[in-house]
Design a binder for this molecule. Structure first.
Ligand code: FAD
Ligand code: SF4
Length: 498
């Protein structure tokens, strides 16, 4: 019996379940396949990140004594079969993939050896545990899940009560960006020879990609990712909370952690991130609203999104509750648009593959929702342009949280807003040709006419959502002529932005 382990590109953790299950140093395979880049569009820096991190991880395994094959191949299946034959593998061990499409492909393979799949241990919650929690509840509110996680993993708890007497300090974490803010510089790295070789490869690839490959400054090893975590804890965590929702021109990262690319690849484990932050809270006098706010992101939102992804049926990806059918305008791929907030966000993503949560939620997906773009086209766009995008994190965040295309399985109301929100939480409107206060007319901000038109078009559906009652009363005060003008302006905008 010859056992071999196949490590996928987003399973780069030395204690991942398949490696950890082996008693000795068995043959290990990693496949850098061109098919990955051909199946869908990706940001160039995403390809560089994944392939460079895989190459580094393969080297680390070799240094630790594992016999590693690093296959640079045209397609995954051929490389896998060739390796199984060459090594005489009779049992292939693989940690369960997270993404459904990959799992379906794996299950369609008729391999010439036994396949042993091991429970994915790169999340705090195992899927069975999440399903057991979800199956005994009528409503799957994130807040209930988060509280259960805090208790289960004993994080920020004093006995059975939350530290500070409250579970959630969100109300302290919505400061608008007033005056000059002194933000910390992000912790970046210069590419080493391995990364540079991957950059050269990606620049030469004959596949459609998005964004710039350089400057590439992301971490590509666990050691570097741990450095980013350290820097976050020392320089950024204290102020993470208050300005979590703020957006400022030229400030791509604010106080955000920049950890999602590494968590999603397995370079960092969520439990170690949460424990490090909790330990620092105990050692230093850090504000609880920042510490709790961050922990809620990682052990609340991240685990919840993954849990729901595995819990919902496969048709979740096709949901379109509002029946939105507008095609995504071309400027989403170029950033060439007069709306300054969208221009700034897309321009930044082209340069880095990154935008922070509020840019993703309240600029990019909020606009996509109120303008009525097809949810699946929006999801594909998000998947193509972000450095940390994977199917599991895309579906619930874009289809559910961002676009409410699941009709409220996940969020308790649509994240839809007019220009008021952008104007309050960012400085983008100051540099914009549109007027954030105007609803109609030549200078009216598109966020405004689309927002009110969205409420008007979907009034019947929205009134079933309790949290929309107040805003629908404001809609009812609008004169029919104004509603017609909003509708007209929305239509004209679509025609002018194919
Ligand atoms: P911080 O703001 O510092 O947060 C800390 C960590 O919390 C993140 O690193 C991330 O691991 C976790 N987290 C927080 N919220 C979420 C969430 N809703 N889902 C999953 N993890 C979360 N996250 C991705 O990892 N990949 C994506 O492709 C992605 N696409 C998104 C699309 C939309 C429309 C929305 C609304 C959110 C999306 N998110 C995605 C979630 C979140 O915006 C990013 O995880 C976060 O912006 C990453 O930056 P950061 O590490 O600086 O995060
Ligand atoms: Fe965006 Fe409107 Fe503000 Fe311009 S005025 S930045 S389009 S919200």
């Amino acid at each position: 019996m010859t056992t071999g382990v196949w490590v996928l590109g987003n399973q780069l953790w030395p204690d991942q379940a398949a490696l950890a299950s082996c008693e000795g140093k068995v043959p290990v395979l990693l496949i850098e396949a061109l098919t990955f880049a051909q199946e869908r569009w990706y940001h160039k820096q995403k390809l560089v990140l994944v392939w460079s991190a895989m190459r580094h991880f393969a080297d680390e395994l070799k240094d630790a004594g594992w016999p590693v094959t690093y296959a640079i191949a045209d397609d995954t299946e051929t490389a896998l079969r060739d390796w199984i034959t060459a090594e005489g593998i009779t049992e292939l061990r693989l940690m369960d993939p997270v993404d459904h499409p990959f799992t379906a492909w794996l299950e369609s393979l008729d391999l010439p050896c036994q396949l042993t799949r091991l429970d994915n241990n790169l999340f705090l919650w195992r899927t069975n545990d999440f399903n057991a929690w979800a199956n005994q509840r009528k409503s799957l509110l994130m807040e209930s899940f988060y509280r259960e996680g805090r208790k289960r993993f004993d994080v920020l708890m004093e006995g059975d009560q939350p530290v500070g007497g409250q579970w959630n300090f969100d109300k302290d974490n919505r400061k608008p960006p007033k005056g000059k803010l002194s933000t910390p510089a992000p912790h970046w790295f210069e590419p080493d020879a391995t990364t540079q070789a991957v950059i050269d490869k990606v620049e030469r690839l004959e596949v459609t990609t998005f964004g710039q490959a350089t400057p590439f400054r992301w971490a590509v090893t666990r050691e570097q990712a741990l450095e980013v975590l350290d820097v976050f804890i020392v320089d950024r965590l204290e102020t993470f909370g208050p300005y979590q929702d703020a957006m400022v021109t030229g400030e791509d990262t604010m106080w955000h952690a920049l950890l999602s690319p590494y968590l999603n690849l397995g370079l960092l484990h969520p439990l170690e991130v949460v424990e490090r932050v909790e330990q620092t809270f105990a050692e230093r006098d850090l504000p609880l609203n920042s510490v709790e706010g961050f922990i809620r992101q990682v052990m609340g939102w991240r685990e919840y999104m993954r849990g729901l992804y595995s819990h919902f049926d496969a048709d979740y990806a096709q949901r379109n509750w509002f029946n939105h059918q507008q095609p995504l305008p071309e400027f989403f791929w170029t950033g060439e648009v007069e709306m300054n907030c969208l221009h700034q966000a897309i321009d930044q993503i082209q340069r880095t593959g990154y935008a922070h949560h509020i840019q993703r939620l309240m600029i990019l997906s909020n606009f996509s929702l109120i303008a009525g773009f097809t949810p699946q086209a929006v999801k594909d766009w998000f998947h193509a342009v972000f450095i940390d995008a994977y199917d599991w994190v895309m579906q619930t965040n874009v289809i559910g949280m961002g676009l409410f295309a699941d009709g409220g399985l996940l969020a308790s109301k649509p994240y839809a807003s007019s220009a008021n929100y952008v104007n309050k939480m960012s400085d983008y409107c100051k540099g914009c040709r549109y007027n954030p206060k105007a609803r109609t007319g030549e200078n009216a901000c598109p966020f405004n006419f689309f927002y009110w038109n969205f409420l008007h078009r979907h009034r019947d559906k929205l009134q079933t959502q309790g949290r929309m009652t107040f805003i629908l009363k404001n809609l009812d005060r609008m004169k029919p002529e104004e509603l017609e003008a909003l509708q007209q302006q929305a239509q004209e905008w679509h025609q002018a932005h194919p």
